[in-house]
Ligand binder design. Sequence first.
Ligand code: ADP
Ligand code: MG
Length: 395
Amino acid sequence: MSKELIRLKDVSQTFDDGVTVLKDINIYFNDKEFLTLLGPSGCGKTTMLRIIGGFQTPSTGDVLFDGVRINDVPPYRRQVNTVFQKYALFPHLNVYENVAFGLRIPREGTDPNGKKEKVKLSKAEIDARVREMLEVVSLKGFEHRSIASLSGGQQQRVAIARALVNRPKVLLLDEPLGALDMRLRKDMQQELKRIQQQMGITFINVTHDQEEALAMSDTVVVMNEGVIQQIGTPEDIYNEPKNAFVADFIGESNIVDGIMRADRVVEIFNRRFACLDAGFEKDEPVDVVIRPEDVDIVPEAEGQLRGVVTSVTFKGVHYDTIVDFYGFKWLIETTDYCPVDSRIGIKIDPDGIHVMKKSKYSGLYGDYSSYSEEYDEINDPTLLESEEEGAGDED
Ligand code: ADP
Ligand code: MG
């Protein structure tokens, strides 16, 4: 199994203006892992990367590498390299020289007797390493090209080769694909993943693009307001968001108020739904997330809930269908075409219902709504038959 390489322990960062941009960060990064820090602009992603890279000393807390505190170790002595969003290549050097640059600088090493000495790589060794790296990033044959003659994607590859040629154990990437157009970005996502696997090192990537995070990562770290909201595999983060912020930030979500009536029974809009969640207090108010693709449209009479279609947008593979339930609009992705104004029913399987604890983010996000009895009047409550007796007051 992969072992822990870097750990941030109780790390906080407060700048001179008194604003705290990272709060009590505790996280570890495993060897050979592709991890992505994901969150909206300003949430502290770059600051966290700078702390790992050694460009920023945290106000409090420790940075550990292989269990050793490295707070005071400068960037060039860490086994960590960074690819910045603006690639910062040398425009007057060709591709080969850009990659070779870091190898030509004599580095501190120890001789066989343990004495410090300056180590200089031989010309042949530099040549072998540069050619190996250019091959890894698929730029073989580009050695003598000028930087200006390269596309954005090719420049990006040079920047990656240059950062990897010193054989760091960790590569930090700050929104590396941000400057590329959409098509190229998708290609480079796969390329980065391949390079990471081929090199067998840790990549810590930063993005505000949730699709990119899900597509590339072994582990996704969702951040907001300087606080880690959730750490997990892409599947965990998508399927089991921990709070309304994560649910809203990752993919499209319908988020509604619910009440946990028992283990695996949640009440939404006065109706009881089977779910897979357990361990809540009885009658605990919760947030419930329902993904647009997890809702099945059925004939009105068969629906667990019934509503009216208010808009339909063709998306190529499916229709984005907005349905009004009780005055609250849900987004449903369906391959069934239901015209505007048609009355439909919906069904949700237990595994399509995700129950979350209430948090400071409850009620803050776009499509969030809570049930009001007025909605029954709007929607004709006689149409709503309860699946269980006594839904509502129990005690
Ligand atoms: P992200 O990369 O997630 O967009 P950053 O880590 O760059 O976020 O910034 C987080 C917050 O910290 C922002 O509000 C930013 O303005 C602030 N910030 C970053 N660097 C400094 C600094 N050197 N001094 C003061 N504030 C800073
Ligand atoms: Mg940033």
